[in-house]
Design a binder for this molecule. Structure first.
Ligand SMILES: Cc1ncc(COP(=O)(O)O)c(C=O)c1O
Length: 456
């Protein structure tokens, strides 16, 4: 038997063993106590599946870091990277190159409003760094507001903007960031009973934070259009429009972080399109080329673009608009458009994943809430539906959560996991049959979670 990359299972296993040994000796892993981890080896991938070091096939409901929106090993993207490598591998950012120009055009064509100028970075965190820098220079103000329950990246400003426990060890209180509570009805900070109340109270709270911080000190509000890692909390109707209105009233730059939610994930090119709102800056990465080559960027609206017409922008990167990365973006966006991949994500969400996950929630008492859009879904696991006590504490894990994740893995399903949540975030290319296969495995794994429900 051979894997999709042509390796026999035996050869793949031998490669995996050697890779694992070297990894444990030499590779330093992100966000981890190095001696406490046993990372999974992946030897091959195709479409919605990956193969582990034992040659076992797993359905990838994680899209890795929620980035392989076009699926694994899409032939058109592979061919584009190969062709570009043969043509021109790398060029300094001050020069024009065809791949970068075309990628910028394709992105500008899809971003809402007039976000027509594209500054390319190497990933999501540096896109946030540059968006904040642009906002500070544009307004002449120092502070940046972001919400609790958010993730914006691992670099200095981005991690300080982040509203999850990964910020704590990196927070020395000097990055000019201030946090506020965003809307999240299931665990409302505002004792709201419905979405309308949550919107109104969350906006009143934000306006108070602006007033007490001093509007003239605030350069930007940075918000994920739909917060991802922190829990896929789709904002209630009117919230983002209200934030836009507050930004306009106080001269604050609105930065929409679409690093995870963009490029088809929610069933539209950009998640903010669901809410009919146009930000001043929009950050992207991940799905722009499904991570085949690292790429991110900032789409810049006309007002901020004008600030830098006659004044030099003080920032740059050696690999800004790297030819291999932008050629991968051109092929990815073109294939997504030609193959109706964004519509597929919307359809799978509306017809299969949404109804299927809600049906699981009805039968499994461990599911407190299901929420999402497109191929972007969270299952909130709880010990008790009444108290909503999570199956793992905020910022941590628990033996119960580990058991559920292990049950998924043993049955051939790779989930994205954060604290007490399972995220069903497969590629936007997933078929109906594959989505149903994932739901069937989840059904079995949730029976494991149910055993930890109080009184069960
Ligand atoms: C919303 C959001 N912003 C920024 C980032 C950081 O992106 P990167 O890991 O490419 O630096 C992430 C990564 O998960 C993200 O989800």
């Amino acid at each position: 038997m051979t894997l999709p990359n042509g390796l026999t299972v035996e050869a793949a296993r031998a490669e995996a063993d050697r890779a694992y040994e070297l990894d444990r000796r030499h590779v330093f892993h992100s966000w981890s106590a190095q001696k406490q981890i046993a990372p999974m080896t992946i030897t091959a991938a195709q479409g919605s599946y990956v193969w582990d070091g034992e040659g076992r096939r797993l359905l990838d409901f994680s899209s890795q870091m929620v980035n392989t929106n076009i699926g694994h090993q899409h032939p058109k993207v592979i061919a584009a990277v190969q062709e570009q490598a043969a043509k021109l591998c790398t060029i300094a950012p001050q020069h024009v190159n065809a791949a970068r120009s075309e990628a910028a055009r394709l992105i500008a064509e899809r971003t809402p409003g007039e976000l027509d100028r594209i500054f390319f970075t190497n990933g999501g965190a540096d896109a946030i760094e540059h968006a904040v820098r642009m906002a500070r220079l544009h307004t002449g103000r120092p502070k940046v507001l972001s919400r609790y329950r958010s993730y914006h990246g691992g670099t200095e400003t981005a991690i300080n903007l982040t509203g999850d426990p990964r910020r704590w060890p990196n927070d020395r209180g000097a990055a000019g960031t201030v946090h506020f509570f965003g809307p999240f009805l299931y665990r409302s900070q505002f004792y709201s009973r419905d979405e309308a109340e949550e919107t109104q109270r969350a906006l009143a709270h934000l306006e108070h934070v602006i007033a007490f911080e001093g509007p003239e000190t605030i350069a930007a509000i940075v918000l994920e259009s739909v917060p991802g890692t922190a829990g896929i909390m789709v904002p209630p109707p009117g919230y983002l429009a209200g934030v836009r209105e507050l930004c306009d009233r106080y001269g604050i730059v609105f930065v929409a972080d679409e690093v995870m939610a963009g490029f088809g994930r929610t069933g539209k090119w950009f998640a903010i399109e669901h809410f009919d709102v146009v930000p001043d800056l929009l950050t992207f990465a991940k799905g722009v080329n499904s991570g085949y080559v690292p790429l991110g960027g900032v789409a810049i609206g006309p007002q901020i673009a004008r600030t830098f017409d006659e004044r030099a922008y003080p920032g740059g990167l050696t690999y800004s608009g790297h030819p291999l990365a932008t050629a991968a973006a051109v092929a990815t966006i073109t294939a997504m458009a030609e193959e109706g991949i964004v519509d597929n994500a919307a359809g799978i969400g509306a017809r299969v994943l949404g109804p299927g996950l809600r049906e699981l929630a009805e039968r499994h008492p461990s599911v407190g809430e299901v929420r999402g859009l497109g191929v972007f879904w969270a299952l909130e696991l709880v010990r008790d539906r009444t108290t909503r006590e999570p199956l793992a504490p905020y910022g941590g894990t628990s033996p119960a959560m580990a058991e559920v994740v292990a049950a998924c893995r043993a049955a051939g399903l790779l989930m994205f996991v954060n604290f007490n949540r399972l995220h069903a975030v497969p590629p936007c290319t997933i078929t109906e049959a594959e989505a149903k296969e994932g739901l069937a495995i989840l059904d079995e794994a949730l029976a494991v979670a149910d055993r930890h429900v109080s009184g069960a």
